[in-house]
Design a protein around this ligand. Structure first.
Ligand code: AMP
Ligand code: GLY
Length: 421
């Protein structure tokens, strides 16, 4: 099968690698890809926001299946567009993608279907939002409604911080704001829960814990993710059933009631409080770096699973996993998530020898005259599967230390809750 992957991060490199392993894969294209994907796929430098150009390329090159990595194109309706042109595409449609595209859409769904989540208010202007926060206990969480690359969420410790957040959002820091969401702060431990669906059948796709903050000890600014491990230490059968029955099934019912279904990966961001799950957010895609952490554990042919999702036959597939634990550390450009330099040579990356359960997935990298250069904030994801998280981490640290790249930094404490120091 000729397959294409949309995206250029570590997530998409991991997806390309899983596709590459399948005997059914004849050729992979990556739009636009990175230095890592160029070893497995043909990278095509194309505007992924221009669906017409993408469609023409797909038809001309007889691509039989398109896998969409990032959220933006899903929220913009790429699945509806491709399906209209009879192109097989893996991901949720535009209505279902509102689960990530609009936090207010999701909150209203939670209210209607009694899905456990933080209590909230939605406000149309600064005055009403200000009046509301005067009556509230702190901390409080202020959120922009739409996509904001993880930046539109403010945890506010006092009224001044909350006022500043409200002003930022209504001033248009994350695009035009018609509404704002203000939530109760939930105190617990976070867990990411993944499922895959063909629109009828839901299958679990592992749990993970990521580290979103830039500094050790989970401090500092939010990032796309500095590292992750899988499985989460919190998961157990009882919690698993609660997540499926109290959160995921009512969400799918809510989508069915507005004549949509859910096809693709669904990333359920949860706060767990005393073994009870509360929904914090949905993402309509795999996480990055959770994808790099989870996919190497997959035993079943990934392409078979994706095809089953696109042909409504997921119920016939049993998804099998390797039993090892997986840990991922992301090597970033110094300065990330603020300003950082691009085009810094990563000298010896091609000489690094990986053992069977070790992986390096490229994110922000580019290839120039056969040499690898940094080209983004999150540059390389190092992943290792082993019998315990400590062993995985030690092996990753050895790998990172063997990279000769002066412009990198990483968190040395990834997985601290599951590794005895
Ligand atoms: P989100 O983009 O909605 O996932 O928010 C980013 C991060 O903010 C989450 O991963 C949580 O760490 C935190 N967060 C968001 N909403 C809440 C909440 N209601 N209570 C506590 N923490 C939250
Ligand atoms: N690692 C968080 C995300 O992919 O949204």
């Amino acid at each position: 099968m000729i397959v294409a992957v949309i995206g250029s991060g570590g997530r998409e490199h991991a997806i390309c690698q899983s596709l590459y392993k399948s005997k059914k894969t004849k050729k992979i294209y990556c739009f636009p890809g990175n230095a890592g994907t160029s070893k497995l796929a043909e990278n095509i430098n194309i505007d992924i926001d221009n669906f017409e150009i993408l469609r023409n390329f797909v038809l001309h090159n007889k691509i039989e299946l398109v896998i969409v990595g990032p959220e933006k194109q899903l929220v913009d309706g790429i699945v509806d567009f491709f399906e209209k042109h009879k192109i097989k595409v893996f991901g949720p449609n535009k209505i279902a993608s509102q689960l990530e595209g609009s936090k207010i859409f999701t909150k209203n769904l939670c209210e209607k279907y009694k899905i456990p989540t933080a209590s909230f208010g939605i406000f149309k202007n600064i005055d009403d939002a200000e009046k509301f926060i005067k009556k509230k206990k702190f901390p409080i969480v202020v959120k922009a409604d739409g996509l904001a690359s993880g930046k539109g969420v403010y945890i506010c410790e006092n009224i001044n911080e909350a006022s500043a957040a409200i002003k930022d959002i209504f001033d248009g820091k994350f695009g035009e704001a018609k509404n704002i969401l203000i939530e109760e702060f939930l105190k617990g431990e976070e867990m990411s829960y993944f499922i895959i669906s063909d629109g009828n059948t839901i299958k679990k796709f592992q749990t993970a814990q990521d580290h979103k903050r830039v500094l050790e000890g989970d401090l500092g600014k939010n990032t796309g993710g500095m590292g992750a491990y899988s499985p989460s230490r919190l998961i157990n059968d009882e919690l698993d059933n609660k997540i499926l029955n109290k959160i995921i099934k009512p969400t799918i019912k809510g989508l069915n009631d507005i004549r949509s279904d859910y096809k693709g990966f669904l990333y359920v961001g949860l706060m767990i409080i005393e073994n009870e799950p509360y929904l914090i957010e949905y993402n309509v895609r795999m996480g990055d770096p959770e994808c790099q952490t989870i996919l190497p554990k997959l035993k079943t042919d990934f392409l078979d699973i994706v095809i089953a999702c696109c042909t409504n036959s997921l119920k016939n597939i049993s998804i099998e996993w390797h039993k090892e634990k997986s840990l991922c550390i992301v090597l970033c450009s110094k300065g990330y998530p603020d300003k950082y330099k691009n085009n810094v040579l990563i000298n010896n990356i091609n000489k690094i020898v990986l053992s069977e359960n070790e992986f390096i997935f490229h994110g922000g990298t580019s290839l120039y005259k056969k040499k690898v250069y940094s080209n983004g904030g999150r540059v390389l994801s190092f992943v290792c599967l082993s019998n315990n998280f400590k062993e995985s981490k030690d092996k990753i640290l050895d790998l990172i230390n063997s990279i000769n790249w002066s412009n990198g930094f990483y968190r040395k404490d990834i997985g601290y809750k599951v590794i005895d120091q």
